[in-house]
Design a protein around this ligand. Structure first.
Ligand code: NCD
Length: 311
């Protein structure tokens, strides 16, 4: 049985298969509407979410399956003190696959050790968020036509941003990628990511504080929100939250074909007029997230051949 806990749980080839399947689904979603009939997805969300939970649920419903679950720790038995190990043993009796979001790093991994059904990490604390990464990869591949030989700027909260950690890890397996890490001193990429991923694989990167200075070099700009909920004190958050604001003026410095990604939710870091720039790819990313989650659910349930033409 397979799980998706870490972005490297799937090989490069397996990731490519998921992205190819997502492309086929996008081309003709109606072919897939019965693939997961009678299958159930449980969404166990111990932390707030709009996009990710609803995206998983929409994905399963689009495949003809059904969904059950909870959307906050307060409304689950966690509030009575139940361990994640017990919860997943129970959920294994109710559903065929589950997606877990948890504030504690490593909680989905722990759940997978006790689970009888595939577990998908839908975000664990400030650690990893592998399905957002699949969404990002699909969006980059569709925009640039490739997953190699480009310069990506990651901007904002690179310390607590789990989407950033997963994306760096995943992109480190493709050739010719150069990272420009744009953040305030306090929100730099954690040392373990620099050491274990970038340095260990001899991947070129720079750490800078100015977005404007590097803008002309970028093929992809990945903007992120400052992760308010992970700060120890409000003062630091208030001081750092508006460090980077992407405006139409700054977009003038960028390449004509650059793509702007953002995992959303957006707070102030991208101004509204930028939404009308054809380089803004973040709402397209949301749609891609549904296709890629459909592809992942099918793959983990061993149904990746479903939807193929039978004639
Ligand atoms: C991200 C997350 O939850 O880490 N959101 C998402 O899943 N689309 C990014 C964020 O919350 O800033």
């Amino acid at each position: 049985m397979r799980h998706m806990i870490d972005p490297l749980d799937f090989s490069v080839q397996e990731v490519e298969n998921v992205l190819d399947l997502a492309d086929s689904i996008a081309a003709d979603p109606s072919r897939y509407r019965e693939v997961c009939r009678y299958k159930k997805l449980a969404t166990l969300f111990y932390e707030p979410s709009t996009r990710t939970r609803l995206s998983f649920e929409a994905a399963m419903l689009n495949l003809g399956g059904s969904v059950l679950g909870f959307s906050s720790a307060d409304s689950s038995s966690a509030s009575k003190g139940e361990s994640i190990a017990d919860t997943i043993r129970v959920i294994s009796c109710y559903a065929d696959i589950c997606a877990i979001r948890h504030p504690k790093e490593g909680a989905p991994l722990r759940a997978s050790m006790y689970s009888r059904i595939p577990v998908i990490n839908a975000g664990d604390g400030g650690h990893q968020h592998p399905t957002q990464t699949l969404t990002d990869l699909l969006t980059i591949r569709r925009r640039l036509g490739r997953l190699q030989d480009f310069t990506i700027g990651l901007c904002g909260d690179l310390k607590f941003g789990r989407t950033v950690h997963s994306l760096i890890k995943s992109l480190s397996r493709y050739s010719g990628i150069r990272f420009i890490l744009i953040s305030p001193e306090e929100l730099r990429v954690p040392d373990y990511v620099i050491r274990e991923v970038l340095d260990a694989n001899a991947i070129p990167y720079e750490e800078v504080t100015s977005l404007e200075d590097v803008m002309p070099q970028l093929d992809i700009l990945y903007m992120t929100r400052v992760q308010k909920e992970r700060f120890f004190n409000e003062e630091d958050y208030v001081r750092l939250k508006d460090t980077y604001i992407l405006t139409e003026d700054k977009m003038k410095l960028a390449k004509e074909k650059m793509a702007v990604l953002h995992p959303l939710p957006r707070v102030n870091e991208i101004t509204l007029p930028v939404d009308n720039d054809p380089r803004a790819a973040y709402f397209e990313q949301v749609q891609n997230g549904v296709y890629v989650r459909m592809a992942l659910i099918m793959t983990l349930l061993g149904l990746a051949d479903g939807g193929k033409e039978t004639k």
